[in-house]
Design a protein around this ligand. Structure first.
Ligand code: 13P
Length: 334
C-alpha cells in the first residue's frame, strides 16, 4: 500500500462536511447501553441495531465512514449483504476497532493501559480482506490525584504508535485516539495541560516509530472541564482552548482531526465543533467521530418499538449527521 493511497483514504474520511459515526462498542459496552433502555443484549439485537444505523437513508451525505466492532464487520444486513460491502456500495468507508480494551496498568493504581498488540498484524490483514480501510485504537488517560503519571502517558502513546505503524504496513489508515476522560472535578486549565502533554507525547512516539502522518487521522477529546468541576466553560471557551491546544501540539501535515463526544450532550458536541470551525481557517479539517452524540436519541426511540420505530430512529441519526456535518464547516446555525 502506497502512502498516496493511505493519504487518499485519510482525506476522504474528513471530506468537506462529512464525519464518522462510531458504532464500535464492544459486546459489553453495547450491553450497558441496551440495558439502560431495556433491550436484551443478544447477537440479533446487536445486528439489527447496527443495520438500523448503517442503512439510515442518505447517511452518506454527511457520513464518510463508520467504525465497526469485530462482530459487526462479520455481520450482514437482513438481506444478506455484509455490512462492509453495503457501506462501500453506499460510498462510506468501513473502519474497525482493533484494540482489546483497557486494563489496569501494573504498578500505577487507578491508571489504564490499552491492550491488543499481540497478533495485531494478522488481525489487520484479515480486517483488510473483510473490507476495512481504517482502524481505531483508543488509549484512555484519567485525570485525578497524581494522575496521569508520565509512565501512563508513555506506555499508552508507545502502544498507539506501534499499532499505527502496523496499520500502515497492512494498508489501513490508523485513527489514533488518545482520550483524556471527562470524569473528575478538574478544571479546564488542567484538561488543557494534560491534553497538550498527551498529544506531544503521541506525536513524538509516532515520529520515532516512522508513522507517516499524511496517512494518519487523530481522534481526540476536546479540552473540557471535568464533569464534576464547579466552574462551567461556555462554548467559545472550550472551542478556543481546544484549538490552541491542538495548534501547539499537532503537526499541520496531518490530514484531519476528528473528535469523540466523550459524554457531552448532543447539542454541546455539535456546538463545540461548530464554534471551532467558525474560528478557522485551521491547519486541518476538524470533524466528528461521535458515538453517543450520534446514537443516543436513536437508541431511545428504537427501544420503544423495535419493529415499528426503525424509520423514526433513522430520522434522528440523519438529523444528527446533518447537524454535525454543518458544524464541521462552521455552518450550524441552531
Ligand atoms: P463517544 O463519542 O461516545 O465518546 O465515542 C466515540 C468513541 O469511539 C470512543 O472510543
Amino acid at each position: 500500500m502506497s502512502i498516496e493511497q493511505l493519504a487518499e483514504t485519510a482525506q476522504a474520511m474528513v471530506a468537506k462536511g462529512k464525519g464518522i459515526i462510531a458504532i464500535d462498542e464492544s459486546t459489553s459496552t453495547i450491553g450497558k447501553r441496551f440495558e439502560q433502555v431495556g433491550i436484551a443484549n443478544n447477537e440479533e439485537n446487536r445486528r439489527a441495531y447496527r443495520e438500523l444505523l448503517l442503512t439510515t437513508p442518505k447517511l452518506s451525505e454527511h457520513i464518510s465512514g463508520a467504525i465497526l466492532f469485530d462482530e459487526t464487520i462479520r455481520q450482514s444486513t437482513r438481506d444478506g449483504v455484509p455490512f462492509a460491502k453495503y457501506m462501500t456500495q453506499q460510498g462510506m468507508i468501513p473502519g474497525i476497532k482493533v484494540d482489546k480494551g483497557t486494563h489496569a496498568l501494573a504498578g500505577f493504581p487507578g491508571e489504564l493501559v490499552t491492550e491488543g498488540l499481540d497478533g495485531l498484524r494478522a488481525r489487520l490483514e484479515e480486517y483488510y480482506k473483510l473490507g476495512a480501510r481504517f482502524a481505531k485504537w483508543r488509549a484512555v488517560i484519567r485525570i485525578g490525584e497524581d494522575m496521569p503519571s508520565g509512565t501512563c502517558i508513555d506506555v499508552n502513546m508507545h502502544a498507539l504508535a506501534r499499532y499505527a505503524a502496523l496499520c500502515q504496513e497492512q494498508g489501513l489508515v490508523p485513527m489514533v485516539e488518545p482520550e483524556v476522560l471527562i470524569d473528575g472535578d478538574h478544571d479546564i486549565e488542567t484538561s488543557y495541560e494534560v491534553t497538550e502533554i498527551v498529544l506531544r507525547g503521541l506525536f513524538d512516539a509516532l515520529y520515532s516509530q516512522s508513522v507517516m502522518l499524511e496517512g494518519t487521522i487523530l481522534k481526540t477529546s476536546m479540552v473540557l472541564p471535568g464533569s464534576d468541576c464547579d466552574e462551567e466553560a461556555d462554548v467559545e471557551e472550550v472551542a478556543e482552548a481546544t484549538l490552541m491546544c491542538l495548534k501547539s501540539s499537532v503537526p499541520a501535515i496531518l490530514p484531519g482531526i476528528v473528535f469523540l463526544s466523550g459524554g457531552q450532550s448532543d447539542e454541546r458536541a455539535t456546538a463545540h465543533l461548530d464554534a471551532m470551525n467558525r474560528l478557522g481557517p485551521n491547519p486541518w479539517p476538524l470533524s466528528f467521530s461521535y458515538g453517543r452524540a450520534m446514537q443516543q436519541a436513536a437508541l431511545k426511540l428504537w427501544s420503544q418499538d423495535l419493529a415499528g420505530n426503525v424509520r423514526k430512529a433513522q430520522d434522528t441519526v440523519y438529523a444528527r449527521a446533518r447537524d454535525n456535518g454543518l458544524a464541521a464547516q462552521g455552518k450550524f446555525a441552531g
